[in-house]
Design a protein around this ligand. Structure first.
Ligand code: FAS
Ligand code: PHB
Length: 390
């Protein structure tokens, strides 16, 4: 099989890039190791920056998001029994975020790929990039007993943190930056009305909690949990009791509980791979960087990578201008590191660190106290939360 751009991974990054390029007549093939149902079964991000929303609309897949998604103009930070609203719209001069689940936007992207006859090959095993330092790179993959080949001009690694693309770059050419946090997030999805119109990020002596949502009848909640915990340690009753204990009384009293329809524990890490390019291979999204979800930057960081790559590939194919591709890694990393900083800062602000000292605890309390006493401090948080410019 021959194509122009070979993409590894059919998560939001791979599907969005494939859709944007196909709309411009640039051929792609997406190789995904899992089944479509498996990809659509993952429950992940929930908050979209304006930049991501604009890209979805440009890709022609924004209709259901605009119909069913919720525009949020602010969110609350709770600590103890206090709640402070971060008025995003006022603090940024009009910017907001969209609450719309990653599962849904991935479904929208799949359906758009189907409508355009996009090539997405599932259950593609042992996907391997070859010839990355030549002008004729290619991909091989196994389908049953057959080994298939896809020749292409460029390979885009959209295969997430555990994918093959980053590992295809010679180790001595990569610099990896990582911080692993001493806790995880236990997430629950429940068919219950959200406890609040807007998100509530809660800092509490027992640990962090987050009240989020997917719709008026589908709620998404998280509690910080010890690294060694498994979902077997957390019955629904234990989860709901712990969540209530970390929320202001007025919120806990109105929380509607119900059976969990999804329960998972995600480890938290900050991770960046530099550079994000090796010859004809370009990394995008979780393949190149991971953030703790506290700042809702994971999926949104993937969006700016895709935006830069889309325009760079367009310039290459339309005007034989390689400058976008040559500048991609530096340009993407400049924005990625700002998202890393914000996610790291929000995580330090709101979580209980097991090994924290008395001084650390005072610094955390003072950080919060300063934040709520200063419009400039809240404006800085707000401009990062809605998303820095692409
Ligand atoms: P993805 O990981 O979504 O997609 C990569 C795709 O590549 C997958 O479908 C995978 O099957 C495929 N793949 C992997 N290896 C392959 C190979 N060798 N060959 C072929 N295909 C391969 N972000 C937030 O903003 N908020 C959240 O609450 C949040 N929660 C998260 C919870 C979890 C458990 C995880 C893992 C991530 C979470 N994230 C969250 C971040 C998440 O939303 C990512 O940023 C987003 O999925 C990035 O999308 P992709 O870059 O497409 O990577
Ligand atoms: C979610 O709804 O899953 C969500 C929202 C905001 C975050 C993290 C996760 O910061």
């Amino acid at each position: 099989m021959k194509t122009q751009v070979g993409i590894i991974g059919a998560g939001p990054s791979g599907l969005l890039l494939s859709q944007l390029l196909h709309q411009e007549g640039i051929e792609t093939v997406v190789l995904e190791r899992r089944s479509r149902d498996y990809v659509l079964g993952r429950i992940r991000a929930g908050v979209l920056e304006q930049g991501f929303v604009n890209l979805m609309r440009k890709a022609g897949v924004g209709d259901r998001m605009d119909r069913e998604g919720e525009v949020h103009k602010g969110f609350d930070i709770a600590h103890g029994n206090n709640r402070h609203r971060i008025d995003l719209e006022d603090l940024t001069g009009g910017d907001t975020v969209m609450v719309y689940g990653q599962t849904e936007l991935t479904r929208d992207l799949y359906e758009a790929r189907d409508r355009m006859g996009g090539i997405v090959i599932h259950d593609a095993e042992d996907v391997t990039p070859h010839g990355l330092e030549t002008d004729t790179p290619f991909l091989t993959y196994r389908k049953g007993d057959d080994i298939e080949t896809v020749t292409c001009d460029y390979i885009i690694g959209c295969d997430g943190f555990h994918g093959v693309s980053r590992k295809s770059i010679p180790k001595d050419r990569l610099t990896l930056y990582e911080r692993v946090y001493p806790f995880g997030w236990l997430g629950v999805l429940s068919r219950t009305p959200p406890v609040s119109e807007e998100l509530i990020y809660a800092r509490h002596e027992r640990g962090f909690a987050l009240c989020s949502l997917r719709s008026r009848t589908l709620s998404r909640y998280y509690v910080q949990c010890p690294l060694g915990d498994t979902i077997e340690d957390w019955s629904d009753d234990r989860f709901w009791e712990e969540l209530k204990s970390r929320l202001p009384d007025t919120v806990a009293e109105t929380l509607v509980t119900g059976p969990s329809i999804e329960k998972s524990i995600a480890p938290l890490r900050s991770f960046v791979c530099e550079p994000m390019r090796w010859g004809r291979l370009f990394l995008a999204g979780d393949a190149a960087h991971i953030v703790p979800p506290t700042g809702a930057k994971g999926l949104n960081s993937a969006a700016s990578d895709i935006y830069y790559l889309f325009h760079a590939l367009l310039a290459q194919y339309r005007k034989d201008d390689p400058s976008g591709l040559d500048g991609y890694s530096d340009r993407a990393l400049a924005r990625i590191w700002k998202a890393q900083r914000f996610s790291w800062w929000m995580t330090n602000l709101l979580h209980r660190f097991p090994d924290r000292s008395g001084f650390d605890a005072r610094m955390q309390e003072t950080d919060l106290d300063y934040l709520f006493s200063s419009r400039s401090a809240m404006a800085s948080l707000a401009e990062n939360y809605v998303g820095l410019p692409f």
